[in-house]
Write a protein that binds this ligand. Structure first.
Ligand code: SF4
Ligand code: SF4
Length: 356
């Protein structure tokens, strides 16, 4: 029998767990105990989505996914995984469970909410011979939940379906349900640990984890990619890749790492295999509310980069341009970017003269 895991230790475990640790494997015995003692049910519903968040969860292999679903996250209903389907599933596994556990159950939402055409862009089932649209399902059961867990950037912030021209008039869940606490676990898709860890937190402690200003659990989203990137030294030395496959910082190719919050640099994807920049891509900032409405493979001029975010990507571009014209080297460029030398430092350097 596992001893109780304090909330403090839980948060430390989630925030500190890296590729080598199986978070769901570690949490399994604690969660099995909580589920056996009667943890509240979790209902998972899907709106306008690609199902990628569910696929990402299914990528949890330690322990195997069946154990995760039944013992770790206490899942009562999932549209892709549950054996029950159709009219009966909607009645018995969703509406009835929500009614019987009003104010206690947790609702996981994957996908944005299409409001266009009276919601008919997203039919989720039938009730007494009538189509049920996702907007209605969300309104019917969402306001009865103890909390809503938005899994993926689409339900959290609108994501791909809500990006202009947005013909289906998709909105995030928070635009429809306003009277229930909401936790956003963004990502396109989110890492399985972010989903498992967040569900485990609410089930074990019946409490919302500490959130940042965009509603994200700080235990997973408190770090900036740029701060822990393996290519950071290239950035500091002013060495920038001009094409994919080249060595160098990927800023000029559109990397959103200086802006994006997640712990992929240490947690790694695909069961500890790799992460976005390390495998040769830019960070596309998939955990941010602006995703994917920005130029994916272009430098965003006003994006803050560099120490204390005092330098913008556009200024980096200016320095790079000057470096090319003047033929100055990487270290010199890096020093300008880092603010160690250059016009902005003259006053400070003056003050320091004679101090030593
Ligand atoms: S801009 Fe991107 S590639 Fe460059 S150091 Fe930052 S996170 Fe890494
Ligand atoms: S590193 Fe960037 S692209 Fe990769 S998961 Fe994090 S925010 Fe998304």
């Amino acid at each position: 029998m596992p001893s109780k895991l304090s909330r403090r230790d839980f948060v430390k475990l989630c925030a500190g767990s890296a590729a080598a640790i199986s978070l769901s494997g570690y949490l399994a015995p604690f969660m099995a105990e909580a589920v056996a003692a009667g943890a509240p049910p979790v209902i998972w519903i899907q709106g306008a989505s690609c199902t990628g968040c569910s696929i990402s969860l299914l990528n949890t292999v330690h322990p195997d996914i069946q154990k995760v679903l039944t013992e770790v996250i206490s899942l009562t209903y999932h549209p892709n995984i549950s054996a029950a389907a159709g009219d009966l599933a909607l009645k018995e596994a969703v509406y009835k469970v929500a009614e019987e556990n009003a104010g206690k159950f947790f609702l996981v939402v994957e996908g944005a909410v299409p409001l266009g055409a009276d919601g008919r862009f997203c039919m989720v089932g039938e009730e007494d011979g009538h189509h049920v649209v996702f907007e209605k399902l969300l309104k019917d059961i969402g306001s009865k939940a103890s909390a809503i867990l938005n899994f993926g950037t689409c339900s959290a912030y609108g994501g791909v379906p809500a990006t202009p021209p947005n013909p289906t008039n998709c909105v995030p869940v928070g635009a429809v349900i306003k009277d229930v606490p909401i936790i956003n676990v963004p990502g396109c898709p989110p890492h399985p640990d972010w989903m498992v860890g967040t569900i485990a937190h609410v089930l074990l402690y019946n409490e919302i984890p500490d959130l940042d200003s965009f509603g994200r659990p700080k235990m997973f989203f408190d770090t900036i990619i740029h701060d822990n990137c393996q290519r950071r030294q290239y950035f500091d030395n002013g060495i920038f890749a001009k094409t994919f496959g080249e060595m160098g910082c990927m800023l000029e190719l559109g990397c959103k790492g200086p802006f994006a919050h997640c712990d992929a640099t240490t947690r790694l994807w695909n069961n500890g295999t790799n992460w976005c920049v390390q495998c040769g891509s830019v960070c596309i900032g998939c955990t941010e509310p602006q995703f994917p409405g920005w130029p994916m493979y272009e430098r965003i001029p006003e994006m803050p980069v560099g120490p204390a975010s005092s330098v913008t990507a556009d200024q980096v571009g200016v320095v790079l341009g000057a470096a090319t014209v003047l033929g100055i080297g990487g270290h010199l460029t890096g020093n300008i970017l880092a603010g160690r030398i250059g016009p902005g430092k003259e006053k400070e350097e003056d003050v320091k003269v004679g101090e030593d």
